[in-house]
Design a protein around this ligand. Structure first.
Ligand code: AMP
Length: 445
C-alpha cells in the first residue's frame, strides 16, 4: 500500500512527495482509516515508527478552515524539544495548506510566546503546564478543539503530569476526538484511558518488547565507571563507523561525569543534554548533533525520550536502565528507516537483574562480546561505586534518578550534611579521650 491509495488530497500528497515519504508504516496504515472515521484511538507506538505522521495526516486531512482564532487541533507532548519537533512535522506536512501552527513550552518567558498564541492558530502543540498558563491568563481558549492528541502519554504520566492533563481535558469541549500515543500501556494508563476516552480502538505499531530487527545488539561486561570510560574512548578512537553515537545514562550526575571525562579526549565532538541544562544549551546540543556537527551526544532517558534523531549509527547504554522498556526506547533510536544500527550495552555485575528483565521482555538474550584486550581495566572506583557504607542512622546517599521538571536546584551547603548521630558516651570519648579504669585512676593517684 502507498500513501496515494489513501483518501488524501493533493496538498498532502505533494508534501509527502517533497519529504520522499511514499510507503506508509504499519501504524500509519492502521491509524488512518480509524482516525478518519472519528473514533478515539490509543496507538501503541514508540518513536521511529512514524507515529507522528500517523496522527497528523488524518487530522490535517479533515481540517477545515474556520474563522475562529483558537486551535481546532491540540497536541500535548511532554518535552520542549518534542514540541519543536511536532511543530516542524506539521509545517512540513501542511506546506501546501494555509494552516497556522505554533508550539508553546515552559522554561522560557511567556511573553515571547504570547504573540504566537494571540495571532490565531489552527494547530497548537504544547507541553501541559505552559498550555494551562495561557488558558489561565485568558490568551487561549480550548472551546474550538475538535481533535485532541496526547503523545508520549506514558512518559507524561510517569513525570507526574496527570493533574495537568485532567485539567486540560476538563476545559475541552465534550464533542471531540481523542487520540493518544504511548510506547507502553501501563496500569495507570489503562485507568486514565477508561476515565477519559470513549471506547477507543487500540492500534499497535509493532509488538512492544520486540527489538527492531535491524538493530544489532551487543553486550560487554565492564567492571566499573573508569573502565567504561576507557572502553568508550577505545571504541570511538578505533572505529570511524561510530559516526553518530547516542550515549544513554540514567542520571544527570552520571551524564555530567561521563561528559567531563570523555569530552577532553574528543574536543568539540561531544555534546550533552539533560534537564538541568539551560533551554538554549539543550536546543543547541540537539541541533548540532542532528546536523552532524557533534559525533557523540550524552543524554538522559527523559530528555532524549521521543526526540527524533536522524541516522544514529550506535546507541551506547553506558548503564543498564532499571525499567526494561527504557532499554527498548534507547535502542530503538538506531536502526531506523531500514538502516542498520548497533546498540551496545556496558554491563556491570550489579546490572545482572536488570539485564535479565530486559532479556525476558525481548524474549532473546543480549549477545555478549569480550572486552577488547587493548582496553585498560581500571581498578579505581568512583565515589558511587564504593560499597555502600551503612552507618548508624544514616546511609550514604546515592544520586537520585532524573525526575524531569525544571525546578531542580542545588541543595544549600547546610542541607548537604549527612546526619550522623553520635551517642553521648562516644561524644565524651571523642572530646576527652578514653575513660580511665579504676585501676588506672588508683595508679594515677
Ligand atoms: P516518529 O516515529 O513519528 O518519531 O517518526 C520518525 C521518523 O520517521 C521521522 O523523521 C519521520 O519523518 C519518518 N517517517 C515517518 N513516516 C515515514 C514513512 N512512511 N516513510 C519514511 N519515513 C517516515
Amino acid at each position: 500500500m502507498q500513501f496515494s491509495d489513501f483518501n488524501i488530497n493533493t496538498p498532502l500528497i505533494n508534501a509527502l512527495n517533497d519529504l520522499k515519504i511514499v510507503q506508509p508504516t504499519t501504524i500509519q496504515e492502521k491509524a488512518f482509516p480509524v482516525i478518519m472515521s472519528g473514533r478515539d484511538v490509543v496507538g501503541i507506538a514508540q518513536t521511529g515508527t512514524g507515529k507522528t505522521i500517523s496522527y497528523l495526516l488524518p487530522c490535517l486531512r479533515q481540517w477545515k478552515f474556520t474563522k475562529d482564532k483558537h486551535p481546532t487541533i491540540l497536541v500535548i507532548v511532554p518535552t520542549r524539544e518534542l514540541v519543536l519537533q511536532v511543530v516542524e512535522d506539521v509545517e512540513k506536512l501542511a506546506k501546501y495548506m494555509n494552516i497556522r501552527v505554533a508550539g508553546v513550552y515552559g522554561g522560557v518567558n511567556m511573553i515571547q510566546q504570547t504573540p504566537l498564541v494571540r495571532a490565531g492558530l489552527d494547530v497548537l502543540v504544547a507541553t501541559p503546564g505552559r498550555l494551562l498558563d495561557f488558558v489561565l491568563n485568558g490568551s487561549l481558549k480550548l472551546r474550538a478543539v475538535k481533535r485532541f492528541i496526547i503523545d508520549e502519554v506514558d512518559e507524561m504520566l510517569s513525570l507526574g503530569f496527570r493533574p495537568q492533563l485532567v485539567r486540560i481535558i476538563d476545559l475541552l469541549p465534550t464533542n471531540r476526538q481523542n487520540l493518544m500515543f504511548s510506547a507502553t500501556i501501563t496500569d495507570e494508563l489503562k485507568v486514565f484511558i477508561a476515565d477519559f476516552f470513549d471506547n477507543p480502538l487500540e492500534i499497535e505499531a509493532a509488538r512492544t518488547g520486540t527489538p527492531l530487527e535491524n538493530i544489532k545488539q551487543v553486550g560487554i561486561k565492564v567492571p566499573n565507571f573508569n573502565t567504561k570510560i576507557n572502553l568508550l574512548d577505545f571504541l570511538l578512537k578505533t572505529n570511524p563507523d561510530f559516526a553518530k553515537v547516542l550515549v544513554f545514562v540514567s542520571t544527570k550526575k552520571l551524564a555530567d561525569d561521563v561528559f567531563e571525562r570523555i569530552s577532553p579526549l574528543f574536543p568539540e565532538s561531544i555534546g550533552i543534554i539533560h534537564s538541568n541544562k539551560s533551554q538554549n544549551y539543550r536546543f543547541e546540543a540537539f541541533r548540532a548533533f542532528n546536523a552532524n556537527e557533534l559525533r557523540v551526544l550524552i543524554a538522559t532517558d527523559i530528555v532524549a525520550r521521543g526526540l527524533d534523531f536522524d541516522d544514529i549509527t550506535h546507541v551506547v547504554n553506558y548503564d543498564i536502565p532499571e525499567i526494561p522498556e527504557s532499554y527498548m526506547h534507547r535502542i530503538g533510536r538506531t536502526g531506523r528507516a531500514d538502516k542498520k544500527g548497533v546498540a551496545l550495552a556496558f554491563i556491570t555485575k550489579t546490572d545482572a537483574d536488570y539485564r535479565k528483565s530486559i532479556e525476558e521482555l525481548m524474549g532473546i538474550k543480549i549477545p555478549m562480546m569480550k572486552m577488547p584486550e587493548e582496553v585498560e581495566i581500571s581498578t579505581e572506583l568512583t565515589e558511587y561505586e564504593m560499597p555502600q557504607v551503612s552507618m548508624k542512622n544514616s546511609l550514604v546517599a546515592i544520586p537520585k534518578k532524573e525526575e524531569g521538571g525544571e525546578a531542580f536546584h542545588e541543595k544549600k551547603d547546610k542541607n548537604k550534611k549527612v546526619n550522623m548521630k553520635i551517642r553521648r558516651a562516644e561524644g565524651m570519648r571523642l572530646k576527652y579521650g578514653k575513660p580511665k579504669t579504676r585501676g588506672q585512676k588508683k595508679k594515677g593517684k
